[in-house]
Write a protein that binds this ligand. Structure first.
Ligand SMILES: [Zn+2]
Ligand SMILES: [Zn+2]
Length: 442
């Protein structure tokens, strides 16, 4: 696709003079489209206009490339854990402010969350920015590319907003990895005035619709009684045995649950010394399922494993389920198809549905329950490379990583053109969402 050289926001005075400018807010477009006499003329105008807007958006991404690369590498070089991302959140909001966005920092009582807005009112399209890293591995999930890709898409969409109305918001969403920051953003109303949300995650496959399981975390402790392990073992209550029995119970349970469900965990405390009966043990577990009802059923069955072990050993059980439950991802397929078409126009052979049997979870699932949303994957490494590995952390700073981030920005900016330049795209996306909501699925 041809790319014109334009200013940083993808427009220049010359462009504006030549552009076909219907200058109609989306609501007026809807009214006019229902008026038969205007229908074919307006359809043609919309197609022409969106093609030009996409060319401008692509040119804008081109002009932002060096800044986006530098920003993504800076964040990669200073990895910060969830809710501690002061550097990344500050650099991103500063970058967006310099590009004409109005920024609110520390939204929803989270110091490292932010919202950067350009334009006014509806339709409001949110591109989400994750920027947390992993303990010890740094940016082994490539979130440095997610946030810069979203920032690039938003800045490249200023021309679209100027022409078509509506608004673009970059929502800085902290702590995806460990705490599910978006769960709290959803609960605290960050998406109340958003019509559509999207973000692109780096991965090893190009796919517009990715699958995420509902997910709940569980911390467990057993309290027993210390004693000399050889001299007076009969006086002890072994908290480690309680944990090991629970682990064995979960292993037995795992054979008889749905294939897509997952239960996994680690033991974080198994005692102090081999000659002391362990008085305390602790573990962290995660339960995942394709839908909420099955997740709730599994939570009960997992708890029975712990309760049974407590009864068998006499150790006292304490447990805490995580504060927020990760919801399953509801992919908006109308939106995914727009994104897929735009990614294909960049020469990426992108699947609509991820064909791999990958069953992670993301707090984007919670966003997808309240607004139409997608969370596509863009390949930055060969399929044999695992996310959350040192190799993927390397890929997140590589040339392939930069190309993936740029294509994510381009495809999102073009999808935003599809959503704002005429009513057809966004109405289809919203209709699919409300149809699903009406059916009460989760
Ligand atoms: Zn991750
Ligand atoms: Zn991730």
């Amino acid at each position: 696709m041809g790319r014109r050289s334009t200013g940083g926001n993808g427009t220049s005075p010359g462009d504006n003079q030549n552009r076909i400018r219907p200058h109609l807010p989306v609501l007026e477009w809807s009214a006019l489209l229902s008026y038969n006499g205007k229908l074919s003329l307006l359809k043609e105008t919309a197609i022409l206009d969106s093609k030009k807007l996409k060319e401008s958006a692509l040119a804008a991404v081109e002009s932002l490339r060096a800044d986006l690369h530098a920003l993504s590498l800076k964040i990669h070089g200073s990895p910060e854990l969830g809710f501690q991302e002061t550097g990344a959140a500050g650099w991103l909001s500063g970058f967006l402010e310099n590009q004409g966005f109005s920024v609110s920092r520390g939204i929803c009582d989270m110091p490292t969350a932010f919202r950067a807005s350009y334009g006014q009112g509806s339709p409001a399209i949110a591109v989400l920015a994750e920027y947390d890293a992993l303990p010890k591995l740094g940016h082994a999930c490539g979130h440095n590319l997610i946030c810069t890709g979203s920032a690039g898409a938003a800045v490249a969409s200023r021309g679209t907003v100027d022409e078509c109305g509506g608004s673009i918001k970059v929502i800085g969403t902290p702590a995806e990895e460990l705490y599910g920051g978006k769960i709290f953003l959803v609960e605290r109303g960050a998406f109340a005035d958003v019509d559509v949300a999207m973000m692109v995650h780096p991965g090893v496959i190009d796919a517009a619709a990715t699958r995420f399981l509902a997910c709940q975390t569980l911390d467990v402790e057993f309290f027993g009684k210390a004693a000399h392990a050889a001299a007076k073992p009969e006086e002890g209550v072994n908290a480690l045995e309680a944990m090991l029995l629970s682990y064995a119970g979960i292993n037995a349970l795992r054979q008889h649950i749905r294939q897509s469900a997952r239960i996994h965990g680690i033991i974080t405390d198994g005692g102090e010394a081999p000659n002391i009966v362990p008085a305390h043990s602790a573990g962290s577990f995660i339960v995942r399922a394709e839908d909420d009802p099955y997740l709730i059923e599994l939570e009960d069955r997992v708890m029975e494993c712990f309760r049974g072990a407590a009864a068998a050993t006499g150790a006292r059980l304490e447990y805490r389920w995580g504060e927020g439950r990760y919801a399953p991802m509801r992919n908006n397929l109308a939106l995914a198809k727009l994104f897929q078409n735009n990614m294909q126009s960049l020469g990426r052979n992108i699947y609509l549905h991820d064909p791999s049997r990958s069953y992670g979870s993301s707090d984007m699932g919670n966003v997808s329950q309240v607004v139409p949303a997608i969370h596509p994957s863009v390949a930055i490494a060969p399929r044999k490379v695992q996310l959350h590995s040192p190799e993927f952390a390397e890929a997140a700073a590589s040339g392939a990583g930069q190309r993936g981030m740029e294509d994510a920005a381009r495809a999102m900016a073009m999808t935003i053109v599809d959503l704002l330049s005429g009513p057809a795209g966004i109405e289809k996306v919203k209709a699919e969402f409300y149809r699903w909501k009406g059916e009460g699925q989760s």
